[in-house]
Ligand binder design. Structure first.
Ligand code: 13P
Ligand code: SF4
Length: 357
């Protein structure tokens, strides 16, 4: 939908008043009306690095979700304020692993005698608490664009017969382990935080190579094998391209799998006349379809019954205008601040990620 011209004007004016004190980050899944005001766009990995590379900006307005703003706060200086224009922009996947549940799971692993040989790897899409847990236990953060490198590193750290505890997205964990590291799906077990002992026996834990947390993305988890079969029948010669947060059977049936940045690069290089069905967030797929239509690339959304990420969409132009105008008036609103102890250990895990070979 076209943005309200009055609000566009107000956002422009507030930006101008703030000048170089302001830096606006926009995740690729954000609405058009918001993304037009981003100084940089990117996936969660790129945005974390971009935030860290701007020490002179007083205010970092993060158009994305809560865990991304937390990571930006961790990676920026104490003098910089990270602002999330709507505090209700969370992430259902991140909410699937709480600090208490993860501490309990570590106790279960300790009881089973496997904690010593287990290295945790936490997807960027998690709270700062979970990243801190990972940092405390010698693990690293990963994103969808470096999950293979992170897992390879973690298995090397864990040593022979070592294991990885992967949080909170079981699909990214399984897809990376099986597709990229050549593990068998049988090497993976799923830890269910809602069941005593995670629903696993000590023997199952001992035999597993990958212990996957039972979390998923409520958007990507909805693409199904039917979506893939239906689009192949409807569009002859279509290339199916999906994000690794999709379920394993969807990823196995797709032609290409990749992080958000990888998806964009592939479509950018695709030849004219090629046809693509893309399984990732709808705001991004729509923008890519519009961008590449003039070059004769046909891009459709993998499953028309799947909708936007509702929490990403909470950041809309009215919230952005409110945040920018408040800052321009000297009022710091919706600041995301991670406490010092959590920040210290989460940063350890994030720095390990940034140092991955
Ligand atoms: P990336 O930005 O790492 O591709 O993650 C996808 C996602 O779901 C972000 O919320
Ligand atoms: Fe979370 Fe999925 Fe939305 Fe990303 S797309 S913010 S993982 S619910």
């Amino acid at each position: 939908s076209p943005s309200d011209p009055g609000l566009v004007e107000r956002a422009r004016a507030a930006r101008e008043r703030l000048g170089s004190r302001l830096f606006v980050l926009g995740h690729h899944y954000q609405r058009d009306e918001v993304i037009q005001f981003a100084d940089v766009t990117g996936d969660s990995f790129k945005l974390a690095r971009d935030a860290a590379a701007r020490p002179e900006a007083e205010y970092i307005v993060f158009c994305g979700v809560h865990f991304m703003a937390e990571s930006a706060d961790i990676l920026t200086t104490d003098a910089q304020a990270v602002i999330l224009p709507d505090l209700a922009a969370g992430c259902s996947m991140a909410d699937m692993a709480t600090a208490e549940q993860v501490a309990e799971a570590w106790d279960v692993l300790t009881e089973a005698g496997v904690a010593r040989s287990t290295v945790p790897v936490t997807y960027m899409n998690s709270s700062a608490d979970i990243k801190a847990f990972t940092g405390r236990h010698g693990g690293t953060v990963c994103t969808s664009s470096n999950a293979e490198r992170a897992l390879t590193w973690a298995f090397a750290q864990a040593g022979e017969d070592g294991k990885v505890l992967f949080l909170p997205d079981q699909h990214l964990g399984r897809n990376t382990a099986v597709r990229d590291l050549g593990l068998s799906p049988d090497d993976c077990v799923v830890y269910n935080p809602h069941k005593p002992g995670g629903g696993l026996t000590a023997d199952q834990l001992r035999r597993a190579r990958m212990i996957l947390w039972r979390g998923h993305c409520s958007v990507h988890g909805r693409f199904s094998l039917d979506s893939v079969e239906e689009v192949r029948a409807r569009i002859p010669g279509v290339n199916v391209l999906v994000h690794p947060e999709c379920r394993h059977e969807v990823v196995a049936a797709a032609d290409h799998v990749g992080s958000t940045e990888h998806i964009i690069r592939l479509l950018d290089r695709a030849p004219a006349g090629s046809r693509w069905a893309v399984g990732t967030e709808l705001n991004l797929v729509r923008r890519l379809a519009a961008r590449y239509a003039p070059e004769g690339k046909e891009i459709v959304f993998l499953d028309r019954t799947v909708c936007f990420c509702s929490t990403m969409n909470r950041i809309d132009l009215p919230h952005l205008v409110w945040a920018l105008e408040s800052l321009a008036d000297g009022k710091v609103v919706n600041r995301i601040q991670v406490d010092q102890d959590t920040e210290h250990f989460a940063r350890l895990a994030l720095d390990r990620m940034l140092a991955l070979p």
